[in-house]
Design a protein around this ligand. Structure first.
Ligand code: HEC
Ligand code: HEC
Ligand code: HEC
Ligand code: HEC
Ligand code: HEC
Ligand code: HEC
Ligand code: HEC
Ligand code: HEC
Ligand code: HEC
Ligand code: HEC
Ligand code: HEC
Length: 484
């Protein structure tokens, strides 16, 4: 029994495995004499090095010298594969771990399945085949290990391979006219692209951000560039101290970002309004925003703050000193929830970094008064809230005052934004509005509480009167009874 099984294994090996020497590949030796391109490239092909013959992909019998017989249907000759037949031919081995093992390979399998699920597995414009076949990215002959510098998917070559389509407006229009074709143009302006063009293969190229066989549109939640996945995609390089060592730049961006107000909103609350790395750095133009553009970046979402800042005295002062606008006070990756602590002249307030009693004094005075004002607004609001809650608990009708509390809260939020005008007049105006509302609410709540006390007294008096009446009545009845 084992003998039969053993024989079977030997037979299959003979059918699929390599001829013992390259001279036994009759397909190759005949074609080489023809001098065609396929056999010119074949000697350095990884497949040839594994003993795979021309028949590995084309079928036929590599052991027969006669052309007709070698390339006959009977011998399983497939001819030249076209369209989806190409990927299917590759997948015969590359989607079968068992087949690959026969060649002594433990390479990952399943590339075709991934490709089919990817955006390149969509139907091409002709409607007859898929957009990309294995040979689109790897070639058909002279296939190299992906680690080899002349493989078309090696980092040094890949940008060319992808942009053969993606920078070809005519071609791309036939598939999807709405898809931009400016990736290469933008990439060339980025730190990644500039270094890449100088031969640095460690910077991000197309596949570092998009993947290889499983590329998806950015709108797909499984895409490596979907907003909630993107920070991890960048961190795969930027958080690796060993990988980034030679560049001498920090590797803490992801760590800081994930703890920041933006990172928590995006990664934990899945709030897509919060920025991912690319919202500040660009997709293909990934670069540190230049000083001039930092506030533009923040301003795309925080428009009001940016407008106020631009009209403030800091605009000119910061420009002259080449200070970045928002970043100077808020940082970039580690931006935390803004609190009143930032404001004022205490040692942990940002204003005190540049303003003191001896330096830029006017700013010092304004910072101190702004802080006092916002503190008093918060205190006024808190007091109003406490009073309203007290009155509510006692069952008083106070919905109108409660509604007005929203105005006080609104004014507080506006005041936080208005700080960026760095103008005491404009700030006082907003805070004043809030203080007025807060005190009006407090007054109403007080009145409600007074009313409550009044009613309690009224109730007490009434109870007393009734009690006295009941007792008198009782005594009166007793007297009547005694009399009778
Ligand atoms: C004795 C020489 C010889 C042998 C052996 C031979 N071929 Fe060919 N092959 C040719 C010639 C000549 C052509 C060109 C025929 C033509 O243009 O019709 C050709 C054409 C082809 C083509 C292109 C077919 C097409 O439709 O354009 C492929 C693919 C091919 N051979 C693969 C193989 C494979 C695989 C083997 C081994 C199983 C093999 N050949 C063995 C000589 C040979
Ligand atoms: C790894 C798979 C694979 C192997 C091995 C392979 N081919 Fe091909 N061959 C292809 C594919 C795929 C095509 C279709 C090419 C295309 O459309 O880009 C092709 C096309 C051809 C063609 C048509 C003309 C051309 O160049 O496009 C010839 C001739 C050919 N192969 C000959 C050979 C010969 C001879 C060998 C062995 C020396 C060989 N092939 C080995 C996959 C292979
Ligand atoms: C859109 C381009 C593209 C297409 C199409 C493509 N590949 Fe790849 N392939 C790549 C890139 C890029 C890599 C390198 C990945 C890496 O280094 O992580 C790769 C790597 C590989 C590897 C090395 C092992 C691995 O998985 O990383 C094999 C094997 C492979 N591809 C086979 C295939 C086969 C088979 C097909 C067709 C089903 C195919 N490829 C289609 C781009 C492509
Ligand atoms: C007859 C089986 C077979 C067929 C068919 C086949 N391959 Fe391969 N392929 C292999 C084996 C075996 C290796 C070597 C794996 C290794 O070195 O571990 C390999 C290696 C590769 C590699 C290099 C992976 C690396 O190590 O970086 C690429 C790329 C590749 N094949 C692509 C293709 C493409 C594209 C096709 C179709 C045009 C194809 N293969 C058809 C068996 C096959
Ligand atoms: C540093 C990471 C990174 C690199 C490198 C990169 N991309 Fe992108 N790519 C992205 C991000 C992020 C998006 C958009 C995500 C979004 O729209 O939310 C994107 C979007 C795309 C799109 C969709 C259309 C568009 O422009 O928005 C295509 C196509 C694309 N990239 C192709 C490429 C090609 C080709 C390359 C290589 C030249 C490349 N990418 C390099 C990160 C990258
Ligand atoms: C054969 C041409 C071709 C090649 C080569 C190619 N692509 Fe594409 N790619 C397309 C087409 C066409 C689409 C549009 C598919 C659609 O929208 O249905 C596309 C879509 C994409 C998308 C999705 C865009 C979106 O958001 O809708 C990304 C990302 C992408 N390709 C990246 C790459 C990368 C990275 C490479 C190189 C590894 C690459 N492509 C190689 C033709 C190609
Ligand atoms: C394949 C690894 C890799 C990936 C993935 C990657 N980068 Fe880079 N990036 C680098 C390398 C290497 C440099 C060069 C560092 C240098 O020159 O300072 C760099 C440079 C940068 C720079 C310029 C830094 C400076 O001031 O010099 C920025 C900004 C940047 N990357 C952002 C990103 C963003 C955002 C992403 C994700 C969308 C990303 N990178 C993905 C490797 C990567
Ligand atoms: C809210 C906007 C914003 C987000 C989100 C953001 N960055 Fe930055 N990034 C900046 C600014 C601003 C700079 C500093 C530019 C300067 O000082 O010239 C910077 C600088 C960098 C640098 C240069 C080195 C350094 O640390 O100064 C790298 C690399 C970088 N960012 C990568 C990333 C990565 C990776 C992510 C996502 C995990 C990310 N950034 C998210 C705004 C942002
Ligand atoms: C893509 C849009 C976007 C960009 C770009 C952006 N932010 Fe934000 N930011 C948000 C969102 C959304 C929140 C609210 C997060 C939360 O609290 O859930 C936020 C919160 C903040 C907060 C905390 C607000 C608070 O109530 O305490 C500060 C401070 C901040 N961002 C500053 C910046 C700065 C500085 C930049 C530029 C370096 C910037 N943001 C870029 C969307 C953005
Ligand atoms: C001179 C320091 C300074 C600069 C410059 C600055 N901020 Fe602020 N920012 C503050 C202070 C102080 C607060 C208020 C914290 C509080 O009291 O709650 C604040 C609060 C915020 C808030 C939360 C309040 C709100 O408006 O929702 C956001 C968002 C914000 N800043 C964004 C920005 C943006 C965007 C820029 C650049 C255009 C910027 N900041 C520039 C100091 C600064
Ligand atoms: C990075 C340094 C820096 C920080 C931080 C900073 N300022 Fe300033 N501020 C300046 C400079 C420089 C000027 C211009 C002084 C001048 O022209 O005399 C200025 C001017 C001002 C002015 C206008 C003064 C005038 O002469 O009209 C006000 C008001 C002001 N700052 C308030 C603040 C407040 C409030 C904070 C904290 C939220 C703050 N600043 C934080 C550097 C800073």
């Amino acid at each position: 029994m084992t003998r039969v099984a053993g024989l079977l294994v030997v037979c299959t090996l003979m059918l699929t495995a390599a001829p013992k020497t390259w001279a036994d590949d009759k397909c190759f030796s005949c074609h080489q004499s023809l001098g065609d391109r396929a056999s010119e490239l074949f000697p350095r092909d990884v497949h040839r090095l594994k003993g795979i013959t021309c028949a590995g992909c084309h079928g036929g019998n590599a052991g027969i010298e006669d052309m007709e017989q070698a390339m006959s249907k009977a011998a399983g000759f497939l001819g030249v594969p076209k369209g989806d037949e190409i990927s299917r031919a590759c997948a015969k081995c590359h989607s079968s771990a068992e087949r690959m093992k026969q060649y002594g390979s433990s390479l990952a399998t399943g590339q075709l399945e991934q490709l089919q699920a990817s955006v390149h597995g969509n139907l091409a414009a002709s409607g007859k085949e898929h957009i990309a076949q294995c040979s689109t990215c790897h070639n058909a002959h002279g296939i190299a290990s992906v680690k080899s510098a002349w493989s078309p998917v090696h980092p040094s070559q890949l940008v060319k391979t992808c942009t053969r389509c993606h920078a070809n407006a005519t071609l791309m229009r036939t598939y999807n006219p709405s898809l931009p074709v400016d990736q290469l143009e933008k990439y060339r302006t980025s730190v990644h692209g500039i270094r890449h063009s100088r031969g640095d293969a460690k910077v991000a190229e197309c596949a570092s951000c998009h993947g290889s066989h499983d590329i998806r549109t950015a709108k797909d939640v499984k895409s490596t560039v979907y907003p909630t996945n993107l920070p991890a995609t960048c961190a795969a390089c930027h958080s690796r101290a060993d990988y980034m060592k030679e560049y001498r730049i920090p590797v803490d961006q992801f760590e800081k970002f994930s703890k920041s107000v933006h990172g928590v909103a995006l990664l934990q609350k899945h709030d897509l309004a919060a920025p991912a790395c690319n919202d500040c750095h660009g997709n293909h133009g990934a670069a540190p925003p230049g000083i001039a553009s930092v506030s533009n970046v923040c301003g795309t979402c925080h428009a009001l703050n940016a407008d106020l800042f631009s009209a403030s005295p800091h605009k000119k002062a910061f420009d002259e000193r080449k200070l970045p606008e928002c970043e100077t006070c808020h940082g970039n990756h580690e931006i935390i929830v803004a609190t009143n602590k930032l404001l004022g002249v205490a040692s942990d307030a940002v204003c005190s970094r540049c303003h003191s009693e001896t330096q830029n004094v006017k700013g010092y005075v304004v910072a101190r008064s702004m802080r006092a004002l916002i503190d008093s607004l918060e205190q006024g609001e808190r007091q109003a809230v406490t009073l309203v809650e007290g009155a509510e608990q006692k069952g008083m009708e106070i919905s109108e005052a409660k509604f007005k509390l929203r105005d006080a809260r609104q004014a507080r939020l506006e005041a936080r934004t208005m700080i960026h005008s760095f103008s005491s007049e404009r700030f006082e105006e907003v805070v004043g509005k809030g203080l007025n509302v807060a005190s009006a609410v407090s007054v109403e709540a007080h009145e409600a509480l007074d009313e409550y006390v009044f009613r309690r007294i009224g109730l007490g008096v009434a109870t007393l009167v009734i009690t006295v009446l009941v007792i008198s009545l009782y005594l009166f009845i007793r007297r009547l009874e005694r009399r009778s």
